[in-house]
Design a binder for this molecule. Structure first.
Ligand SMILES: *Cc1c(COP(=O)(O)O)cnc(C)c1O
Length: 232
């Protein structure tokens, strides 16, 4: 498992190089190590190199693994969340990348209010329009944004997207560019600060950073291939 340390070091170099190409500070991009399907031991190994942010996509899996991991880690939810799991998710995760509907945002806000929490999260946008993807369409988001930005217990910190799978990372660039443009538009239309853009995975994080990503979500390039069953 020393490979994990090597992979993390390589990823940090590539992140820094992409940031510099875009005239950005390397520290303006944070690496979320996507540890879904990986055993707690792999997370412990990554944490020993100084990696702090880990991304999981299933509440049940996170609930089993988090207690076996160092307490100083920061857990981000990156997958679709069912409304009946919001309460559990709020007790496990400090940041929500994948708020993909107004109903879910409302449920998170309501339960965070009950538990006295303030929650930070991102709105997931289905930029490419693929039917298999979760998230707001750009049109839905323009419509819903004022109500979402006004929720008292959920602080919307930015936007998140997933580009369609393609062997060629450049194919994803227009999706990332569109997400950034939508963020810029919402910021100036509503005067809200939306500093975070969660975009870019193992295959396409370099163009994502060049287009403004502040959070990249890397799974297989850090931990190796996942079993097919949870490939999404
Ligand atoms: C699995 C997953 C990732 C990581 O994908 P890799 O290609 O393994 O880097 C990133 N984001 C989301 C939402 C995921 O579900």
């Amino acid at each position: 498992m020393t490979e994990i340390a090597t992979h993390l070091a390589t990823a940090h170099q590539e992140i820094a190089a992409a940031a510099r190409r875009a005239g950005r500070a390397p520290q303006s991009v944070r690496l979320v190590a996507v540890s879904k399907t990986q055993p707690a031991a792999a997370i412990v190994t990554a944490a020993a190199t100084g990696q702090r942010i880990f991304g999981e996509n299933r509440v049940q899996e996170a609930r089993e693994k988090i207690p076996a991991c160092p307490p100083e880690l920061e857990w981000h939810l990156i997958g679709h969340l069912q409304k009946n799991k919001v309460r559990q998710a709020l007790s496990l995760f400090s940041f929500f990348h994948s708020i993909d509907s107004q109903a879910l945002a409302g449920a998170i806000d309501r339960i965070a209010g009950e538990t006295g929490q303030k929650v930070d999260g991102l709105l997931e946008v289905n930029v490419s329009g693929e039917e298999t993807k979760h998230g707001f369409t750009p049109a839905q988001l323009r419509e819903a944004f004022p109500a979402l930005a006004a929720l008292p217990h959920l602080r919307i910190r930015g936007l998140m997207t997933m580009a369609p799978y393609n062997e060629n990372p450049e194919a994803a660039r227009p999706v990332f560019r569109a997400l950034r443009a939508l963020r810029d538009e919402l910021q100036s239309a509503h005067g809200s600060a939306l500093p975070e853009l969660s975009m870019g995975m193992s295959g396409d994080f370099a163009p994502a950073i060049e287009e403004g990503a502040t959070l990249v979500r890397l799974g297989s390039s850090i931990f190796g291939q996942r079993p097919q069953a949870n490939a999404e």
